[in-house]
Write a protein that binds this ligand. Structure first.
Ligand code: GLU
Length: 492
């Protein structure tokens, strides 16, 4: 048997470090067995998936050196590798399940589902809805079919008993069937859900081992049952431990930068990031901290993965990056790294229009443009001394802007301007007054190039990190304040 693994990202946002971590382990597992590593785009959520996100994910994984053998951009014998292009395959497979009595058309309306769930809650029962709960009487079912009312396709699941799933790292996992609902397989628009598409594709693409995050454990019983219904062998499952913040909570962008774009823009080296991700729950047999991707592939053993939640610690990553920069790169390689990072024509060309109207000599450029070539600016409370806002109001303004910016999908000047205007009105501040503290947070000084352009050029991750940094410098947000802020923000 050829070992085939895959990474199956959903292109619904920034390229997440968690995706890179899972990709890395799948890649190493495949290589260690002389196998293949596939990239599949799971874009069945048509509302949230974007081509920009897909492109960023591919670019980021490539930047990290995590190359795949088959995928939407490189092709391969099992394509298409984008689920949105495989609709007919899922419809046919759903029909197969219906014909065999393993799935059914469910005409329940969302109001009816709410009532059913409420009733179960009132009785103190599990919220999982079973085929029997969802069944309509025969006449009503026939009427809704005749009238071509919208329906979904759901899978049959046992009402009682225990489902036993094997996991490569965790051994036997038992899940009570009572907790598992009659999962939707095809939505009313005919698109598959993750569960159907994922199982069908893993089978058709010959995937032998599924290494994925532990948040998918609860899906495993449904997947196993689908494999049984289709009469297929199931790939070996291996649920990897989730990355954690230093306080052990699940890694989240509220507490840690989670986008690979952030690390790239802040001047981390791809080999250091990949090395650090390799240390997440795993170690080399000789325990050394610094190793290359090739070293990791050569020494990989999945049994060395430990399940205690690995902590993604920015300080340790920064330390490791420094070791690479100081010890690993010769002058040539250092120069190349600098050029790849920001000292290249593309990037400098974006900066030029910002500085050229403000300089008399070329030597004025570097000091004026310094904020385009740095990480977090050096700020003190006094940096904001001239801003005419109460401290709490000031912190709130910056925090609200971070939250608004988190939700911006297409990062460009117009989109940012719309956010700034909306918040300016909320705070009852003229544009200039609203932007004064933002200016300081982003450029590190009270006079510099246009802050709106700077944010557009620096990108979402660095912009948000600098705003968050300013909030911290001003004393941060207490738990109490956070509650108040969140309430006010929700009502905005
Ligand atoms: N599309 C899922 C994700 O975004 C894939 C989960 C899996 O690997 O099965 O993580």
């Amino acid at each position: 048997m050829t070992v085939r693994t895959r990474i199956a990202p959903s292109p619904t946002g920034d390229p997440h470090v968690g995706t890179a971590y899972i990709a890395l382990f799948n890649l190493c597992f495949a290589r260690q067995h002389g196998g293949e590593f596939i990239l599949r785009i799971e874009d069945t959520d048509r509302v949230r998936s974007t081509p920009e996100s897909e492109q960023m994910i591919l670019d980021s994984l490539r930047w990290l050196g995590l190359n795949w053998d088959e995928g939407p951009d490189v092709g391969g014998p099992h394509g298409p590798y984008r689920q949105s292009e495989r609709g007919a395959i899922y419809a046919e497979h759903a029909q197969r399940l219906i014909d065999a009595g393993h799935a059914f058309r469910c005409y329940r309306t969302s109001d009816e589902l709410d009532v059913l769930r409420e009733a179960r809650k009132a009785e103190g029962l599990h919220l999982a809805l079973k085929p029997a709960d969802l069944a309509l009487d025969a006449d009503e079912q026939a009427r809704r079919e005749r009238e071509e009312m919208p329906f979904v396709v759901r899978m049959n699941v046992p009402a009682t008993g225990t489902c036993v799933v094997e996991d490569l790292l965790r051994g036997t996992i038992e899940v009570d069937w009572a907790q598992v609902d009659a999962q939707i397989l095809l939505k009313s628009d005919g698109m598959p859900t993750y569960h159907l598409a994922n199982v069908v594709d893993d089978h058709l693409m010959g995937i032998s081992h599924v290494l994925r995050g532990e948040e998918w454990i609860n899906s495993a019983p449904k997947h196993q049952l689908l494999y049984e219904y289709f009469g297929w062998d199931m790939p070996v499952l291996c649920h990897m431990p989730l990355l954690r913040n230093p306080d052990k909570s699940k890694l989240s962008k509220r507490k840690n930068p989670t986008s690979i774009n952030y690390y790239r823009k802040m001047g981390f080296l791809p080999q250091a990031v990949t090395n650090y991700l390799g240390r997440m729950g795993w170690s080399m047999p000789d325990e050394r901290e610094k190793f290359s991707l090739e070293d990791m592939m050569a020494s990989f053993d999945v049994q060395r993965v430990s399940l205690g939640g690995p902590v993604f610690d920015l300080e340790k990553l920064t330390w490791l990056n420094g070791v690479y920069l100081r010890e690993d790169l010769d002058d040539r390689a250092f120069l190349k790294a600098l050029m790849d990072w920001a000292f290249n024509e593309d990037y400098v060309a974006q900066i030029l229009p910002q500085v050229r109207t403000r300089v008399d000599t070329l030597s004025d450029v570097a000091p004026l443009a310094a904020h385009f070539f740095s990480g977090l600016p050096v700020l003190h409370e006094e940096s904001f001394a001239d801003v005419k806002l109460e401290r709490e109001e000031l912190i709130k303004l910056l925090q609200f802007l971070v939250w608004r910016f988190e939700a911006v999908a297409a990062w460009n000047k117009e989109a940012l301007l719309a956010e700034v205007k909306a918040l300016g009105e909320h705070f009852d501040l003229k544009m200039k007054a609203f932007l004064a503290p933002v200016f300081i947070a982003i450029t590190g000084s009270a006079s510099s190039t246009s802050v709106m352009d700077a944010m557009a050029i620096l990108g979402s991750d660095v912009t948000r990190a600098r705003l968050r940094h300013a909030v911290e410098v001003l004393g941060g947000v207490s738990k109490k304040q956070a509650k108040r802020f969140e309430k006010e923000y929700r009502e905005l």
